[in-house]
Design a protein around this ligand. Structure first.
Ligand SMILES: [Cu+2]
Length: 219
C-alpha cells in the first residue's frame, strides 16, 4: 500500500516535471481595463532545454485584416501567410512602433493571390529575434504584428487581458510584455513557478481601443 502510494506520488512528480508549470498573467491598462493583444514571453532564469519548433504558424488575411492581430513565434519557426479573402493582398513588413521607427526583424514583401484563385501560402522562416509590423500595399488599414521570441514559452492576452502559458519549467522566471503601441519597454515581472504561478501587470501606457467598430490603429 505504502509502496503504491509512493509510486503514485513519484509518477505525479515526474508528470509535473514533464509537463511543466502553468503561468497565468492578467494585464490591464493604466485605468484598469483589460489589455488585449499583449505578447507575454516567459524567460526562465536558469538554462532550459531546447524545445521542438512548432508546425508553421498561420497568419490569415481575412476580411482585410491580419488574423491574429499579434502573433508570437519562437525564433527559427515558420510563419505561414494564408489569404482567405476573395481578392489579392500584397503583404509586406514595415517599420513598427507608434513612431514607426522600429525596424522589422525581417524584411519581406509578396503578393498573395485571392482565395480560390491560386491560394498558395507563403512561408517565411523567422530566424532573427525581434518584432515585425505587417502591412498591405493594397489595403492601407491592414495591420498585424509578429514577435519573434527567444523563449519558446509565450502567449498573447485575450479580450479579458489574460494570457496562459503552459509547460513552463519550475523555478524563477521573468515575464516580458510587449504591445505594438508601446513607446518604452514594459517592466519585467519576476515569478517563482512551482507547478503554477500567476501575476498581474499594468501597461505603462493606454493602448487605443480596437474592435469591430473601430478601425485598426494607424501609425
Ligand atoms: Cu491587402
Amino acid at each position: 500500500m505504502k509502496n503504491t502510494l509512493l509510486a503514485a506520488s513519484l509518477l505525479a512528480l515526474l508528470q509535473a516535471a514533464a509537463h511543466g508549470g502553468q503561468v497565468q498573467i492578467s494585464v490591464t491598462t493604466p485605468d484598469g481595463q483589460p489589455a488585449a493583444d499583449v505578447a507575454v514571453m516567459v524567460h526562465p532564469t536558469a538554462a532550459w532545454t531546447a524545445q521542438p519548433l512548432p508546425e508553421p504558424v498561420v497568419i490569415a488575411q481575412r476580411n482585410i485584416r491580419f488574423v491574429p492581430f499579434v502573433t508570437v513565434v519562437p525564433v527559427g519557426a515558420t510563419v505561414r501567410f494564408v489569404n482567405q479573402d476573395r481578392f489579392d493582398h500584397h503583404v509586406r513588413s514595415q517599420p513598427g512602433g507608434p513612431l514607426g521607427n522600429v525596424a522589422p526583424a525581417r524584411q519581406f514583401e509578396f503578393r498573395m493571390a485571392a482565395a480560390g484563385k491560386d491560394p498558395t501560402p507563403a512561408d517565411l522562416k523567422m530566424d532573427v529575434p525581434g518584432t515585425v509590423a505587417l502591412g498591405c500595399h493594397l489595403h492601407g488599414s491592414m495591420r498585424g504584428h509578429v514577435v519573434v521570441s527567444t523563449t519558446p514559452w509565450f502567449a498573447v492576452t485575450d479580450d479579458k487581458g489574460v494570457a496562459t502559458i503552459a509547460g513552463v519549467p519550475d523555478g524563477q522566471v521573468e515575464l516580458k510584455l510587449w504591445h505594438p503601441e508601446q513607446l518604452s519597454d514594459q517592466a519585467a515581472i519576476r515569478l517563482q513557478v512551482a507547478g503554477s504561478a500567476s501575476a498581474d501587470a499594468r501597461l505603462n501606457f493606454a493602448p487605443r481601443r480596437r474592435g469591430a467598430a473601430a478601425p485598426p490603429p494607424r501609425y
